[in-house]
Design a protein around this ligand. Structure first.
Ligand SMILES: Cc1ncc(COP(=O)(O)O)c(C=O)c1O
Length: 398
């Protein structure tokens, strides 16, 4: 494996030339310069309506299709039509719930967790109003993971869908999606996976995972403010049309009412190009290098937190990249999370406190009243010296 060179990686992100430590990456990563350039060139060179026969429209359409194709390749989907694009994961999941709704009757069951971002809970809980029964798969309080032992008793002949997170945006722990998919499929149901907190860190191989639906937010994967929902073609064909009635046969357009943002979609190949470049053209080598580097970052911070008596680490204390991504949360004992973060703010370091819309998880942890957790979320372009700066800031702030 060729090790990742963070200084080469950082040169691809103009924002990283500033004297500032960006460690709220689970909120949103920095954007590649090549993405911004592609948005600009689309707007200035081919900003026309798609679908016409004149040459600039044909060229614009090919750029937008290239964006969709790049995301399909990035997540291991065989066909670009398997990728539904939208403004955000929240929007895509609300659309998916709407498209599933006509196929669900009273007494059909959906399982949601108490560990997910609300985007992957609320959209499906709202189907209760049409008689759908919602069951909650609760996090194991000891390991803070979603375990199959707790899911199995919730599955039955009426279970239609299970919604889970690949990796929580607070805990960072990676779940074994393939094992869950086997269990869910054996019960005759489908599995929807929120990969938003996972995709910036590890390769997503949709074909191998076995999930039925997979979502990710591209603005957290070094791109523009867009999100993608991936599913087998047959699933998308079976969903209700939420676009104009005469578009019912068009996948994925029938699930993209109002169409996609053309200039942002046209910029998506730059994400794929960049990630491949980290592995000399090979995506899996790239993500191995990313995982290795991220584990070193996580270990430096986790080592500091494990040694302190005045914080409780929330999540797996291990930096093993097979078990977690470098999204690290903790609860300070003596000060409110906000007070800690405000001191760190003053040192040109961006970290964050709160529930990050995983409110049920924070309530389950009993941390809501105190203002949630402090979260330091790193990605591959962060450096060990930045982690040292965060540690020095925390030493003063805690
Ligand atoms: C794990 C997770 N899921 C879903 C979302 C919602 O994503 P979006 O902002 O694209 O709606 C977020 C956003 O922070 C998230 O962290």
């Amino acid at each position: 494996m060729t090790p990742l060179d963070p200084s080469t990686a950082r040169r691809a992100f103009p924002a990283l030339s500033r004297e500032y430590v960006f460690m709220d990456n689970a909120g949103g990563s920095q954007c590649l310069g090549a993405v911004a350039d592609a948005v600009r060139s689309y707007l200035l060179e081919r900003n026309v309506q798609l679908g016409a026969s004149y040459s600039v429209s044909v060229e614009a359409a090919s750029h937008v299709l290239a964006g969709q194709t790049a995301i399909a390749r990035l997540v291991g989907a065989a066909d670009r039509r398997q990728v539904v694009l939208g403004a955000s994961t929240t929007q895509l999941l609300a659309n998916l719930a709407r498209a599933l709704a006509p196929g669900l009757g009273p007494g059909d069951e959906i399982v949601v967790t108490n560990a997910d971002h609300e985007a992957n809970i609320g959209a499906f809980r709202r189907l209760e109003s049409q008689g759908v029964v919602i069951r909650e798969w609760q996090l194991d309080p000891g390991s803070l993971t979603l375990r199959l032992e707790e899911l199995e008793p919730l599955l039955g002949p009426r279970t239609r869908l299970v919604c889970m997170t690949h990796c929580s945006n607070i805990l960072g722990t990676i779940h074994d999606v393939s094992a869950v998919a086997r269990c869910v499929h054996a019960a005759g149901a489908q599995l929807l996976v929120d990969g938003v907190a996972y995709a910036p860190h590890r390769q997503v191989d949709f074909g191998a995972l076995g999930a039925d639906y997979y979502v990710l937010s591209l603005y957290k994967v070094y791109g523009p403010h867009l999100a993608a929902l991936v599913a087998p073609l047959g699933h998308l064909e079976a969903l209700a049309n939420i676009n104009h009635e005469f578009l019912a046969g068009e996948v994925p357009y029938k699930l993209q009412p109002g169409n996609v943002c053309f200039e942002l979609t046209a910029a998506l190949p730059a994400i794929e190009d960049y990630l491949r470049s980290l592995g000399g053209g090979d995506l899996s080598a790239a993500f191995s290098a990313v995982a290795h580097h991220e584990a070193a970052l996580a270990e430096r911070l986790l080592g500091f937190l494990r040694a302190r008596r005045d914080v409780t680490l929330i999540g797996d204390p291990s930096s093993d990249p097979g078990r977690r991504v470098p999204t690290v949360s903790f609860a300070p004992h003596a000060k409110a999370p906000e007070a800690v973060v405000r001191i760190v703010d003053g040192m040109n370091i961006g970290i964050r406190h709160g529930d990050f819309y995983s409110r049920r998880l924070v309530e389950h942890l009993g941390l809501r009243e105190r203002g949630g957790v402090v979260r330091v979320s790193m990605v591959h372009y962060n450096t060990l010296s930045e982690v040292d700066a965060v540690i020095a800031a925390l030493e003063r702030a805690l």
